[in-house]
Write a protein that binds this ligand. Structure first.
Ligand SMILES: *Cc1c(COP(=O)(O)O)cnc(C)c1O
Length: 442
């Protein structure tokens, strides 16, 4: 059994070569930076594939019913990733027309692409229905727009109803504190009304969906969630005669960003979910639904590192040493957005002793643009390659052009080969959408 990627700080193929250089997917990181430039996202194909395979293998092992794993592409949406996870038999969940377009362009079968979102536009809903993608209905507006388009096109789109399950989880403080107060999905109390409406609807509603948060380490929550959902799932079948056959429990499994993080394995998470589903079905005398789940972070997070080049340093005696790198909050907004913690290594001197405590700063014009506060690292000089770990999830996908920094290139590494999957933006790209009204020309 291979290691669970979400429990590793480094991608599964990370090694140190004879020159004490970090290698990933058989490629030396300093050489990748030389070839493809800096900073650079380096994505390890083996780690992504292994995570996909572990979700599917665990479902086969622990769940006797039908099942489908969807990759939550908001974690990192691009053609190569959509195609990669689809080649492992995963579907894709998308939350916008742009993510939908990306998955479709990557060749992902439309019936495995689920459109989510708490404020879908009519245009986005039309795009999904036209392509033959299922929808996850979040609110009454979704229902109204989807029904109009379904009538227009004389089709019967497959839909699921998203619910906010927080209300019944009295035992868990983390759910009790405000989970009902969420912008996503229908409140449980509203469901009878929704079900009654769907009895005479051109939409083909096949089941329920819930997703309740991210970077979750507890197994109690994934195990308890199906119980709550299946109660309403049964209500829909018995009281309202709806032909429910699918249950989607969302994603949320956490990953290791620092040594302190100790998430359960992918297999343990799947086991908790399936145990919850199987026991609730037995209790409620229900046939097993087709079970869907939607991991994002745990598929792609641990598979990627970001390589930066070290630049200036500022030593404030007795206070702190700042080491600046050539990227920052534009390529990784997680630290400044929610104080996310990361670890780093020096890719060109993996054997050097950790002799100093430093703070890794970005190059943006914000004092808060700090990637790592207080980390033990070797002596560093300009030109060293600093690699921040576990940057696959919500880095590229949340990246910006703040300070007009071009967005990074990304390479997919495997077996000693590196292939470009995102080309580095150029200055010309930065001006691509700019328009200069003639009267302003100088
Ligand atoms: C964000 C999200 C996910 C994925 O969450 P992860 O923590 O990245 O696994 C799954 N489903 C929905 C609806 C989401 O919004």
């Amino acid at each position: 059994m291979s290691l669970s990627p979400n429990q590793q700080l480094l991608p599964l193929t990370a090694r140190v070569n004879d020159h004490h250089h970090l290698t990933i997917g058989g490629c030396a990181v300093p050489e990748l930076v030389q070839t493809f430039g800096s900073p650079l996202y380096i994505l390890d194909e083996v780690t992504v594939r292994t995570a996909c395979q572990q979700y599917r293998a665990a479902l086969r092992e622990f769940y006797p019913g039908e099942h489908l794993v969807l990759y939550a592409s908001k974690a990192w949406s691009c053609l190569a990733l959509c195609a990669l996870v689809a080649s492992e038999g995963l579907g894709i969940d998308v939350v916008s027309g742009g993510e939908l377009y990306t998955a479709l362009q990557a060749g992902v079968p439309p019936h495995t692409i689920y459109l989510h979102g708490n404020n879908k536009s009519a245009q986005e809903i039309r795009e999904a229905i036209t392509a033959g993608c299922p929808l996850v209905l979040d609110n009454w507006q979704d229902i109204k727009i989807s029904e109009t388009i379904a009538r227009e096109q004389q089709v019967r789109p497959r839909v699921m109803v998203r619910v906010t399950p927080g209300i019944d989880c009295h035992t868990h403080a983390y759910i009790r504190t405000g989970q009902r107060d969420s912008k996503f999905g229908f409140d449980l109390e509203e469901l009878p009304q929704v079900f009654a409406h769907l009895q005479a609807s051109p939409l083909q509603c096949v089941g329920l969906h819930a997703h309740n948060g991210s970077q979750i380490f507890s197994l109690a929550h994934p195990q308890d969630l199906p119980q709550i959902l299946l109660k309403y799932y049964q209500l829909a079948r018995t009281e309202f005669g709806l032909d429910f056959t699918e249950l989607n429990v969302g994603g949320g499994l956490g990953i290791r960003y620092t040594e302190q993080d100790d998430p359960p394995t992918i297999a343990d998470w799947v086991k908790a979910v399936t145990t919850g589903v199987i026991s609730a079905c037995a209790q409620l005398n229900l046939p097993l639904p087709k079970l869907l789940c939607e991991p994002g972070r745990s598929i792609v997070g641990p598979a990627c590192v970001t390589a930066y080049t070290v630049g200036s340093q500022k030593v404030i005696p007795g206070v702190r040493t700042y080491i600046a790198v050539d990227g920052g909050m534009s390529d990784n907004p997680r630290p400044i957005t929610y104080q996310a913690q990361y670890r780093a290594v020096v890719a060109n001197r993996m054997n050097a002793p950790l002799s100093q405590r430093v703070t890794i700063a970005g190059k943006h014009c914000e004092s808060g643009d700090v990637l790592i506060q207080d980390i033990h690292l070797p002596e560093l000089e300009a030109g060293d390659i600093l690699v921040i770990l576990a940057t696959g999830a919500y880095n590229y996908s949340m990246a910006s052009n703040y300070n007009r920094l071009p967005r990074l290139a990304a390479v997919l590494v495997n077996n000693g080969t590196a292939e470009l999957i995102l080309q580095r933006e150029t200055y010309a790209d930065l001006l691509r959408q700019d328009r200069l009204p003639p009267r302003l020309r100088i």
